[in-house]
Design a protein around this ligand. Structure first.
Ligand SMILES: C[C@H](CCC(=O)NCCS(=O)(=O)O)[C@H]1CC[C@H]2[C@@H]3[C@H](O)C[C@@H]4C[C@H](O)CC[C@]4(C)[C@H]3C[C@H](O)[C@]12C
Length: 325
């Protein structure tokens, strides 16, 4: 399971949890403007916007899981198993392999308006990266500070949905996820009033009772509701520290602890990492299951005119701040 969310204070933030039972070996990867992308079916792109995000690097190629570009557009791929179907190659459209989708969008779009234009010509095709790295069944959230969309490639074609809540999890398809929010419109951060019966004396005996009924389990539809409720009610100061901290708290509402979600005998899905992009400033923050300290890579510290990828290893291992030794 995975969850992605957006958040706005003074700057615009975007991030995700990556929940899985094993790591593919990811790093924080910056693709500078002059790294040549060789798209399998549409040719080479020699100059483009710089990109930073979490990726598995194979054959000197950044296989991004989530990323942002220097212009303020961010996107993430989340599992959509059993529903994602990629198309065959077609004439007169831009045939983009599933693993190329993030670089294709982020290399050339500076806003969601431009993303929508590009999507009018796209055909997301079923070309695998390699035999060892076959197709991943994903759907995507793409955002700038003004809006978000969800992209789902299914058996009946490509769907592009407005995503007014700015969150995404996994199955079922996005319209069903949005629809189920109707069932929770009574939830509130305020204490409930007794509308049950005028003839009964009922007592709001605990704080937080306005949220009674918010689903607490790890299924993706429950995580969708939970993170949406948390995000839309979350209040933060405007400083970078307050905003980043609050963002990690929002995604913390759907954190997965080892042992609670068994995917095979003795194998458990956990939140391998949580990311938080300051999309306005190009800073990629993350922490991991093994390291709660927030680490960051700032793309603008690097030479973004280079033609070579820049990679930073994910820092693991808890760092405990002993106060008396
Ligand atoms: C497993 C990851 C998704 C995690 C997730 O959504 N978990 C939910 C599980 S479930 O629905 O509830 O079952 C996805 C997200 C991005 C994916 C990676 C990226 O798409 C980049 C490449 C793409 C290649 O085709 C396959 C390897 C790969 C390196 C992918 C491996 C894996 O499928 C990743 C890491």
């Amino acid at each position: 399971m995975c969850t992605a969310a957006t958040y706005k204070t003074k700057d615009f933030y975007f991030g995700r949890t990556l929940d899985y039972e094993c790591s593919y070996g990811e790093q924080i990867v910056i693709t500078p403007r002059n790294y040549a992308f060789n798209f399998r079916h549409v040719g080479d792109m020699k100059n483009h916007y710089a990109i930073i995000g979490m990726a598995h690097v194979a054959e000197d190629y950044p296989l991004y899981y989530d990323a942002m570009n220097e212009k303020g557009v961010a996107m993430a791929g989340l599992n959509f198993v059993g529903n994602a179907v990629y198309a065959e190659i077609k004439p007169d459209v831009e045939n983009i392999a599933q693993f190329e989708f993030i670089p294709w969008i982020l290399s050339q779009c500076s806003s969601l308006v431009e993303v929508r234009e590009l999507l009018e010509r796209i055909n997301i095709v079923n070309t695998p990266f390699s035999e060892q790295l076959p197709l991943a069944q994903l759907h995507w959230i793409i955002s700038d500070e003004n809006e978000s969309i969800t992209v789902e490639s299914m058996a009946d074609g490509l769907h592009i949905y407005d995503n007014p809540v700015g969150v995404l999890t996994n199955n079922p398809p996005f319209p069903q996820q949005m629809f189920q929010l109707n069932n929770y419109m009574y939830l509130s951060p305020k204490q409930p009033r007794n509308t049950f019966s005028e003839t009964l004396t009922l007592d709001a005996y605990s704080r937080g009772m306005g949220g009674l009924g918010l689903p607490g389990d790890l299924s993706s539809s429950s995580r969708f509701v939970r993170v949406a409720f948390t995000k839309v009610n979350a209040i933060s100061g405007e400083s970078e520290e307050e905003s980043v901290s609050q963002f990690f708290h929002i995604l913390g509402s759907v954190d997965q602890q080892r042992g609670c979600c068994e995917v095979a005998d003795g194998k458990y899905e956990i939140t391998l990492y949580t990311s938080c992009c300051n999309v306005t400033k190009g800073i990629y923050y993350y922490n991991t299951y093994e390291n709660h300290q927030i680490s960051a890579v700032d793309m603008h510290v690097e030479n973004l005119d280079s033609d070579k990828m820049i990679c930073y290893p994910v820092i693991q291992g808890e760092r405990i701040n002993y106060q008396n030794k």
